[in-house]
Design a protein around this ligand. Structure first.
Ligand code: IMP
Length: 431
């Protein structure tokens, strides 16, 4: 397997954790390069469920080294809780996990401001995960962020925190009518986190590039999805990081010439959480997804997901902006009982056929999806392990999707367990 970047091809929650888990077995390193505790990657191993927010999913494979790269924003409390939970479940962490010293730290004021800003926006709220993501990235690009290496140096941390609090407390008290934050309380709390994080914090860019020079293989684990990318997504209803393939390079310090392939993970249908346009969202009559049984609620926030038909216009956009070489199609089994299936092949903008994804939210809000319809397969697929065994209509569906997005589907998942995976070619199952 070459060095692979794996990204979400829709609005996140495509089941990336599930695919990363099967591919991680063949990787020496699994690398997170963007996002933060807004992500929630669910993996089921031998009937045990793991939900990972910051630690890369590769940690569930004993031989795989895990990197939290410089592009990630780290909430130290979430990280430490996750390390403790994994350790209690018998997962080996020490010596397997490295955290970039340049990664930025999510501070209490980031989480507070995330909530206050959302409230202030009222109807225009984004529906963020309230994990402090956007305020943390704002400080990063505003040159006032606190990095992991700053957290480890008590004097530097104090200086940077006090400097930040001058501005944040003005915002809190004058704009939001909120109590100011007390530096000593934060220093005490974060000082404890610093000691827990110290053993893991290092220069991960050196580790990764040395390993690549030795021929080791990397899997870059994307979080969120292409349509949430701050540049290429449905702005402003996006997240604050580069969720597309380029983000894997800037967020890890590995150059693009070292990437062998880019794989996009797409659900067999579409989901989205939070506000924002969603052209193929189901009408109540069309909706066949059982939110509970089919696990269509957020792993991080518990919010139920909005669901809709597969949208080839957005996946084509993903193919383009990520340079996708292949697609992993997830949750095909959720469509097992769907009698008639719709696929969005274009948008209709007042009589004009649109096939290129519009950057303008106003256009996206007014267009109507143009659907193609086909019969469902109406039989279970969970037990299927090869493409040939799939019902003819399921194969026809996959083939039509491949055609529409001009990209091969290399992996199909038909359940949440590791074994419930169909590999279209041996390249991805280690054989
Ligand atoms: P934030 O990342 O918390 O700032 O949220 C911004 C938008 O991204 C909101 O619409 C969230 O629902 C969405 N979002 C953030 N992380 C995820 C994720 O992991 N899956 C799906 N949506 C996400």
């Amino acid at each position: 397997m070459a060095n692979v970047v794996l990204v979400g091809a829709q609005w996140g929650d495509e089941g990336k954790g599930r695919i990363i888990d099967v591919l991680a077995e063949q990787a020496d390193f699994v690398v997170r390069s963007q996002g933060g505790a807004n992500a929630g990657h669910t993996v089921v191993v031998d009937d045990e469920e793991f939900i990972l927010h910051l630690v890369p999913t590769g940690v569930l494979h004993p031989g795989t080294q895990c990197i939290v790269g410089n592009g990630v924003v780290i909430d130290p409390k979430v990280l430490i809780d996750e390390i403790d939970t994994l350790t209690a479940k018998g997962v080996h962490i020490d010596g397997n996990l490295y955290i970039s010293e340049s990664a930025h730290i999510v501070m209490p004021y980031h989480k507070l401001l995330d909530g206050l800003r959302e409230k202030l926006k009222g109807k225009g709220a984004i529906g963020t995960t309230l994990r402090g993501i956007s305020p943390a990235y704002m400080d990063k690009v505003g040159y006032v962020g606190i990095r992991a290496l700053d957290l480890l140096h008590e004097a530097t941390f104090r200086t940077k925190l006090e400097m930040n609090l001058v501005e944040k407390n003005l915002l809190l008290t004058k704009l939001y009518d909120h109590e100011p934050l007390e530096p000593e309380l934060i220093l005490a709390e974060y000082g404890g986190y610093a000691e827990r994080m110290r053993p893991y914090v290092t220069n991960t860019e050196i580790i990764l590039n040395r390993a690549i020079a030795e021929g080791k293989e990397m899997l870059f684990e994307g979080a969120q999805g292409t349509l949430l990318d701050v540049d290429h997504g449905t702005y402003p209803f996006v997240t604050a990081s580069s969720t597309t393939s380029g983000g894997a390079c800037t967020g890890s310090g590995v150059g693009p010439t070292k990437i062998g392939m880019v794989m996009g993970v797409a659900k067999a249908y579409t989901t989205r959480v939070g506000a924002g346009p969603f052209p193929t969202e189901f009408t109540p009559e069309e909706d066949f997804v059982d939110r509970k049984q089919d696990r269509e609620f957020g792993a991080t926030t518990g919010r139920t997901r909005r669901c809709g038909w597969f949208d080839a216009v957005i996946v084509n956009h993903s193919v383009r902006v990520n340079g996708l070489d292949a697609i992993a199609l997830t949750k095909l089994d959720v469509m097992d009982n769907c009698k008639r299936i719709k696929i969005c092949v274009a948008y209709d903008d007042g009589g004009r056929r649109v096939t290129d994804f519009p950057a303008d939210g106003a256009v996206l809000a007014r267009i109507k999806p143009v659907y193609e319809e086909m019969d469902g397969w109406c039989e279970p697929t969970k037990h299927v392990r090869s493409y040939e065994e799939l019902p003819a209509n399921a194969r026809a569906y996959i083939e039509r999707l491949q055609e529409l997005v001009a990209t091969p589907v290399e992996i199909v998942s038909v359940g949440e367990k590791r074994a419930e995976t169909i590999f279209m070619s041996p390249a991805f199952n280690g054989s």
